[in-house]
Design a protein around this ligand. Structure first.
Ligand code: ARG
Length: 461
């Protein structure tokens, strides 16, 4: 097999080396960004008089043509040409001749790939930020549509205290808000121009890096050429952000899966987002939620792959770095697909408010409030806790709920109980009392919803 860059070689490459070394089957998708970077580089080379202006113009026209062919699907990428960079450069030389051979002046594939990935990742992060906002909006819509609905709040998956469904949903809006912040912070570190670092040490050509940075919209240029070609921190940070975000989505999906079982019966997910069974005609399975939960593992895998690739690499570029694309692309594609599908599924979730409310009456969730009632009348909380524990045991024995107890029965457990105790034990009453900042009281939750909506609209992409 003919060798690329074969000037110094006598021998041919082994046939397996292409299979091992080609990356174009993956990195061809970087072509539009690769071409943008090359156009900026060529324009700068021409402006700075490093190559003839006419050649720069020819290069730019040729690259635009290639970009069009790629967009039309009329461009054939060849694995023998290894990667996206060499495929495009050799197509350019074929089309415009010798001028094309001047494009690679003052740069290396090492700073070129570093640039391509930064340009690509910047766009992916913009897309992810917009998708996060869209999912937050869908959750806010759901919360607003069911503002009065109460369901059991759980710890240990056991009924703990009643909460508003809207409060529960706002918890996910918060998680997604942290994801939004994290990706915005990664974006700031992605947004640095590495081009001009050349192979590793910089270049002797009188290039104008600031000009390239301006054309490509980078607020600054990298400060150290060795770091710039060897750094993959931003890929790892992106995958870490993606892993965290997927973890949030996975937790939400786990709840949706539980809630749609007949045992819970809290929700029904619409037909477009559920599937049947090949053998059991009655089934309606929450596959979408399960797949998102399952794909979370893939994204964790990508993060670990990248960390492992990097841990033993000496400065600067090593070919191992070519292996960074597959996990990065996969993490980004998976995250974006999952965010998109959940955003579309959310309005298709029917809430069975009656079932939620009914469930909230089970499990003695009034217990804390009865203990608080006694504590408010002077009993130390620990003693109140003990008394109410006995009341719960009594209820279990009698097959009663706490609010079913008569004033006489209350009186048997403590003389501090007055008639008003029962009035305080409605679900609505219990929820309404949690009215400190961050609590589930309806007034608090309505304010939280309004604030979240305003903030998201103000900062939405
Ligand atoms: N395809 C390579 C990569 O993705 C581009 C850089 C190649 N540089 C090199 N010195 N072989 O990492």
């Amino acid at each position: 097999m003919a060798k690329l860059w074969g000037g110094r070689f006598e021998g041919q490459a082994d046939a397996l080396v292409e299979a091992l070394g080609q990356s174009v089957s993956l990195d061809a998708r970087l072509a539009p960004w690769d071409i943008r970077g090359s156009i900026a580089h060529a324009r700068m080379l021409g402006t700075c008089g490093i190559i003839p202006r006419r050649d720069a113009q020819k290069i730019i026209a040729g690259l635009n043509q290639i970009a069009k062919d790629i967009a039309d699907g009329a461009f054939v990428f060849e694995p023998a040409l290894e990667d996206v960079h060499t495929n495009i450069e050799s197509a350019l030389v074929k089309r415009i001749g010798d001028a094309g051979k001047r494009l690679h002046t003052g740069r290396s594939r090492n700073d070129q790939i570093a640039l391509d990935v930064r340009l690509w990742l910047r766009d992916q992060i913009d897309a992810v930020l917009a998708q996060l906002r869209a999912l937050q909006r869908a959750l806010l819509d759901m919360a607003e549509a069911h503002i009065g609905v109460i369901l059991p709040g759980c710890t240990h998956l056991q009924h703990a205290q009643p909460v508003l469904l809207a409060h529960h949903l706002l918890a996910y809006v918060e998680m997604l808000e942290r994801d939004y912040e994290r990706f915005s912070q990664v974006q700031a570190r992605v947004n640095v121009l590495p081009l001009g670092s050349a192979a590793l040490a910089g270049t002797p050509y009188p290039i104008d890096r600031e000009m390239v940075a301006r054309e490509l919209g980078f607020p600054r240029v990298s400060r150290n050429s060795m770091d710039a070609v060897a750094d993959r921190d931003h890929l790892i940070e992106f995958c870490a952000g993606a892993a965290l975000c997927m973890m949030h989505l996975s937790r939400w999906c786990e709840e949706l899966i539980l809630w749609s079982t007949p045992e819970y019966g809290f929700i029904e997910i619409g037909d477009a987002f559920t599937t049947g069974s090949s053998i059991m005609p009655q089934k309606k399975n929450p596959d979408v939620a399960e797949l998102v939960r399952g794909k979370t593992g893939r994204v964790y895998g990508s993060l670990l792959t990248l960390l492992t690739i990097m841990k033993g690499l000496p400065l600067t570029y090593n070919r191992d770095l070519q292996e960074d694309k597959e996990p990065l692309f996969d993490a980004s594609d998976t995250l974006q697909l999952c965010l998109a599908v959940l955003t579309r599924m959310t309005p298709e979730i029917a809430v069975h408010a009656g079932r939620m409310q009914e469930a909230a009456r089970e499990g003695f969730m009034e217990a804390t409030d009865i203990a608080d009632y006694l504590a408010a009348r002077g009993l130390p909380f620990r003693e109140a806790h003990e008394i109410v524990g006995k009341m719960v045991r009594y209820c279990i024995e009698q097959g009663k709920r706490l609010p079913d107890l008569t004033p006489g029965e209350f009186g048997r457990f403590s003389p501090l109980f007055q008639r008003d105790v029962l009035k305080q034990l409605t679900l609505h009453g219990i929820v309404s009392k949690r009215n400190q900042a961050g609590g589930t009281a309806p007034a608090r939750v309505r304010t939280a919803l309004r604030k979240a909506r305003r903030f998201i609209d103000k900062t939405g992409k």
